[in-house]
Design a protein around this ligand. Structure first.
Ligand code: CMX
Length: 440
């Protein structure tokens, strides 16, 4: 699909020239100041990188190239008979900044279908793991095994000109995106369906093909996948999976190495693994209370116990957002349309009414509202996907779209090695006494 590649290159070259001029004129302007607390507390609020594909507003939530989720649902091309956007369209938008036409999306789908063949050693590498290995571990091993196919790594070893790095990052990213659903589906079928895999169907779009390879034929599940794979794709650059992919990529690690690193970050319970934690927590609550849809009083007591036990309430809070996550709302709207009477969905909604005031009353939580992970498991569970340890893999299949579009941009703009300064507490103490300047 040379057209998309050329379009990206033209945009990246224009942007690189503008950035060069901008830095020449304004490069020494200050964009903020860093407080001591921030370097101890996860660098919250420090603007420290450029990431082109999406932007997060703490009150409004995510916008992908300026478009909110409801706008994407309206403006991105859809498959025939579908009311949800095609994730391919979002990738096109993130990569080029332009809304694709239906023909653009069809070409992209066809291009990924052509690239989709997964080498057999990838499945053998996954098979070498014990069945109990967490799905995210199996997924990352599969991604790492695909690294043998990296065009960038081969070209770099041959000694290619650095002006061409972006082109190989583009090729690797497109191949990796094309192959990822089959690897992810393999993990699912291996672990939960006795290894009975379902072949890829090249006549389907990326999300629908993934749904059928997982073994789900219901139209509603296919629709859910299209929505799910769109809304989980990107959340600006500072979140753990995007930032890790960006950081590792800055060492000129190829798309496979950097994306696998990002996925290891997604597998943490404060980030993507929260989607499995939410449903696990809900199942445990239902069991301990003995009710399919616990009452608000029962939920309140269970939340308080969770907090007293020194645990977080999964699916609530966010490092940047200060309102209900629009990705939560998009899933709530989907549930209202497709499964309003599902008991787990109803429990999620009852939790939504109960948890924020409790968290607020603690006085220390900056955002008591639900994030994307608070809702996603209930939708999957409704269609029969009850194996919640798998949920983060689905998040990962979506996240590849944003972080690799971001990586292509980083390479297209020629971003350098990322290397922030760190200090020791000894330095800090000396600086406070005026004995050391460290960073001045
Ligand atoms: N339940 C209980 N306590 C919470 C909480 C929650 N849901 N969210 C925040 N807190 C606590 C923090 O642990 C922290 O406590 P201490 O001061 O005792 O250490 C305090 O409130 C202040 O935290 P914060 O500044 O509001 O939140 P952070 O930016 O530090 O952390 C996040 C953000 C997401 C890690 C946190 O809200 C959390 O742990 N949430 C639950 C896990 C979760 O849902 N993660 C998924 C996020 C979305 C995603 O990446 O997929």
């Amino acid at each position: 699909m040379e057209k998309l590649k050329n379009l990206f290159k033209a945009k990246a070259d224009k942007s690189a020239a503008e950035i060069k001029d901008m830095l020449k004129e304004h490069g020494t302007k200050k964009i903020g100041e860093v407080q001591l607390a921030q370097i101890y507390q996860g660098m919250r609020g420090i603007t420290g990188m450029v990431y082109e594909t999406s932007l997060l507003d703490s009150a409004e939530g995510i916008r992908f190239r300026g478009f909110s989720i409801p706008e994407l649902q309206e403006k991105l091309p859809r498959a025939k008979g579908s009311t949800e956007p095609l994730p391919e369209g979002l990738f096109y938008l993130m990569l080029t900044g332009e809304l694709p036409t239906e023909a653009d999306v069809q070409e992209l789908t066809a291009d990924w279908q052509k690239r989709a063949k997964v080498p057999s050693h990838v499945f053998k590498s996954i098979d070498a793991l014990p069945m109990e290995a967490h799905p995210m571990t199996q997924f990352v091993v599969g991604i790492m095994a695909m690294q043998t196919e990296s065009i960038f790594a081969k070209k770099y070893a041959e000694g290619v000109n650095k002006k061409d790095y972006w082109s190989f990052m583009y090729e690797d990213s497109m191949n990796l995106i094309a192959r990822l659903p089959e690897v992810a589906a393999y993990v699912y079928r291996r672990k939960y369906h006795g290894g009975k895999t379902i072949p890829s169907n090249p006549s389907l779009d990326w999300g629908a093909n993934f749904a059928q390879m997982l073994g789900y034929k219901e139209h509603g599940f296919t629709e859910l996948m299209r929505l799910y794979l769109t809304i989980h794709a990107d959340h600006e650059g500072g979140n753990v999976s995007a930032h890790t992919t960006h950081l590792v990529g800055s060492a000129l690690s190829d798309a496979y190495l950097s994306f696998a690193a990002g996925m290891n970050g997604l597998a943490g319970p404060l980030h993507g693994l929260a989607n499995q934690e939410v449903i696990k927590w809900i199942f445990e609550m239902q069991k301990s209370i003995g009710a399919e849809v616990p009452s608000k009083e029962q939920i309140e007591a269970y939340v308080k116990k969770t907090l007293t036990d020194g645990k977080v309430v999964p699916g609530y809070g966010h490092a940047v957002l200060r309102k209900t996550d629009p990705r939560f709302t998009a899933q709530q709207v989907f549930a209202q349309k497709h499964m309003p009477n599902d008991p787990v969905v109803k429990t999620v909604w009852a939790i939504f009414e109960t948890v924020p005031p409790i968290l607020q009353s603690l006085g220390k939580i900056k955002n008591p509202w639900p994030n994307v992970d608070a809702h996603s498991g209930a939708l999957l569970n409704h269609y029969g996907m009850k194996e919640y340890e798998y949920y983060t893999v689905l998040f990962g299949v979506s996240r590849v779209l944003g972080v690799l579009a971001g990586s292509i941009w980083s390479r297209g703009l020629g971003f350098p090695l990322e290397r922030p300064k760190s200090v020791t507490t000894e330095n800090v103490k000396a600086w406070l006494k005026g004995e050391d300047t460290i960073w001045e």
